[in-house]
Design a protein around this ligand. Structure first.
Ligand code: UD1
Length: 337
């Protein structure tokens, strides 16, 4: 069985991927500094799995501590999630973002070289596309000027991996460009932990429905879309997690490769459609108001998923309805806890 280091493995996408890895006979080793998650996720994982996976409370930018983990665990592959991801915060604290997101990747790549670990699955984002000229956007679409330090950190990270792959013939990498991950594990034992006021749409909707927030502000209804609100490609986090397993399986049959893959449903939904769907499938009310556009938002982006379907034999299996039901179930679990 292959041992996989999962940096950021106690985070939102990381913890769902840990479950998926164990379901497919990989051994995940979690590395997390718990700066943006907490013990509840580990308890949830333990309940789902029936045992506690191996966890290192380690910061990925700490070369010495990470060296120790690599020498103790001798992994076969790495999935590198550990990163900050709040667009607005990255504009206020760019150095925090560049330090965490870039230094952690440099440490991981350096140690993979030193310990001869040759398979890397990297968490990238559709943010690298900016507002693409073509929709649905495919992986060949040239990156646009990033609108935030967070977005730029993902573009630079991709380039660092491409350059490292070109220089190190044993290395094999996938750059997974996530669209908008939402929802939670159907058990409602793991999900996204909201710290402070949520930035993202779905946690804001669920907190409004739960009465934690007074109302959801829709950021602009004057875009050139059907109902005037922005369009995104929302993907259930469990589908996203499954793609990481497919990526690892694919990499093991490759030699010196560095491929980007879009991970989305392949279809866009507007903000208003997401809110209406949430209300319909959960039979709860959500107070809304229309506000001004949010700076840095692109009007619409959704994925061309033909490359990932053909190469990794992966596609989404869960609908928007299901994702929004699971998101609500997770919110209720958090509210009751
Ligand atoms: C952003 C990032 C993406 C990152 C993701 C996770 C960009 C361009 N996108 O996605 O790379 O992976 O965050 O952190 O950098 N909205 C409202 N009201 C709200 C919240 C959101 O109307 O209270 C709208 C937004 O204006 C947007 C849509 O909902 O149109 C989705 O927003 P959000 O969930 O924040 O994700 P993105 O900005 O698409």
């Amino acid at each position: 069985m292959k041992k996989v280091l999962v940096t950021g493995g106690a985070g939102y996408i990381g913890c769902h991927t840990v479950v998926e890895l164990l379901n497919h006979d990989f051994i995940p080793i979690i590395i997390d500094n718990f700066s943006n998650t907490d013990e509840r996720i580990l308890q949830g994982l333990e309940e789902i799995l029936g045992f506690m996976p191996i966890v290192y409370r380690t910061d990925c930018t700490d070369y010495k501590a990470m060296h120790e983990v690599f020498s103790l665990e001798k992994p076969d592959a790495v999935i590198h999630f550990a990163a900050f991801k709040a667009v607005g915060e990255s504009t206020a604290h760019p150095l925090k973002y560049y330090h965490n997101n870039i230094d952690s990747l440099l440490v991981v790549l350096r140690l993979m070289d030193e310990f001869n670990v040759n398979e890397l699955v990297f968490s990238s984002s559709c943010t690298v596309y900016g507002q693409p000229a073509m929709l649905p956007v495919n992986e060949n679409c040239p990156p646009q000027q990033a609108t935030s330090p967070y977005g730029y950190s993902k573009q630079v990270s991709e380039q660092i991996i491409i350059d490292t792959c070109a220089a190190r013939p044993q290395l094999k990498c996938t750059l997974l460009r996530y669209f908008n991950p939402i929802g939670a594990h159907p058990s409602a034992l793991i999900g996204e932990l909201p710290y402070g006021i949520p930035n993202n749409l779905v946690p804001y909707i669920t907190q409004t429905a739960a009465g934690i927030r007074e109302k959801l502000t829709i950021h602009g209804n004057d875009y050139s879309t059907n109902d005037g609100t922005c369009i995104r490609d929302y993907i259930h986090v469990c589908d996203l997690a499954a793609a990481h397993v497919k990526a690892l399986e694919w990499l093991s049959g490759q030699s010196n490769v560095c491929e980007a893959f879009n991970l989305g449903q392949g279809k866009g939904n507007s903000v208003k459609e997401v809110v209406d769907t949430f209300v319909r499938v959960n039979n709860v009310a959500v107070n809304i108001e229309i506000g001004p556009r949010r700076s840095g938002d692109v009007e619409q982006v959704y994925a061309d998923v033909s490359k990932v379907k053909n190469a990794l034999h992966w596609q989404t299996e869960r609908s928007l309805d299901e994702a929004l039901k699971d998101a609500w179930k997770w919110q209720r679990h958090l509210t009751q806890a």
